[in-house]
Design a protein around this ligand. Structure first.
Ligand code: MG
Ligand code: MG
Length: 263
């Protein structure tokens, strides 16, 4: 695990806030009829205008700046040309690289006619992330964080994806350690001060099993029921953690966009 200097953390904060700004911009233009393909072009333009490089484009051959994962898609959706519908939920995952460092964040958006059942899935996923971060500080173990997220989601009847986990990041978009969204208290590696990690619960309405589509990227639920995904980049401190990305600008954009509802 790579421990960062305070100077490096300031640089990761800049990249992280760029991701939040990009997601907030995308939240302002999301509308029924728009396609993920068009949305991705807008994101690439926005990042370029802000002198940021998309972290995901070209990563292991991934073709776009954004992962756009709709409804039963969990993560790693390749932006397609199917227009968004009023009943869709869509996870947008974005990474930005500036001055040698990456930031990473994801938010699942709900269009205006999403069912109450699915809205609760989104609320629970986001809340599980915040509850996990609330206990995170130096000395906490992988299993402690995972347990907190898993317990909250499973108590509400949802399931946690096992195959995909959060990760360290900095000079690379994916660094050790793994940050699972499940686990047992007191187990696993101990998080240290100035470790930067992306915490990103992926939570399913139905069963936990997932499969990969033939495009070799998109992960979908095996039972094809909806899945939600929220992600923050955070820095671990002696007391608590410093959340380097922010949902505030995103939620301000959602508030002003009649196509979307705030969860
Ligand atoms: Mg991400
Ligand atoms: Mg990530």
């Amino acid at each position: 695990m790579v421990i960062k200097s305070d100077e490096e953390i300031d640089l990761i904060r800049i990249s992280s806030l760029m991701v939040s700004k990009t997601l907030a911009y995308l939240a302002s233009i999301l509308e029924v009829g728009l396609t993920p393909y068009e949305l991705n072009l807008k994101a690439e333009e926005f990042l370029k205008d802000n002198k940021a490089i998309p972290s995901f484009k070209g990563y292991r051959g991934f073709p776009s700046a954004l992962c756009v994962s709709r409804n039963e898609a969990v993560v790693h959706g390749i932006p397609d040309k199917l227009p968004f519908k009023e009943t869709d939920i869509v996870s947008i995952d974005c990474g930005a690289y500036i001055n040698g460092y990456h930031g990473d964040s994801a938010y699942t958006f709900a269009f205006s006619e999403v069912s109450n059942e699915v809205k609760d899935l989104l609320f629970t996923t986001k809340e599980s992330l915040l509850r996990g971060l609330a206990i995170l500080k130096a000395g906490v173990r992988q299993g402690d964080l995972g347990f907190e997220i898993q317990r909250f989601c499973e108590d509400r009847g949802y399931s946690i994806v096992r195959e995909l986990v959060g990760h360290g990041l900095g000079k690379s978009i994916h660094e050790p350690p793994d940050v699972p969204n499940y686990g047992k208290k007191g187990k696993g590696l101990i998080f240290k001060k100035n470790l930067v990690i992306a915490v990103e619960p992926m939570v399913n309405l139905g069963k936990k099993e997932v499969i990969m589509l033939d495009d070799d990227w998109t992960i979908v639920t095996k039972d094809r029921m909806p899945s939600a995904h929220f992600e923050h980049t955070v820095c671990i401190k002696l007391e608590g953690c410093d959340i380097l990305t922010s949902f505030d600008p995103i939620e301000k954009s959602i508030e002003k966009n009649n196509n979307l509802i705030n969860i």
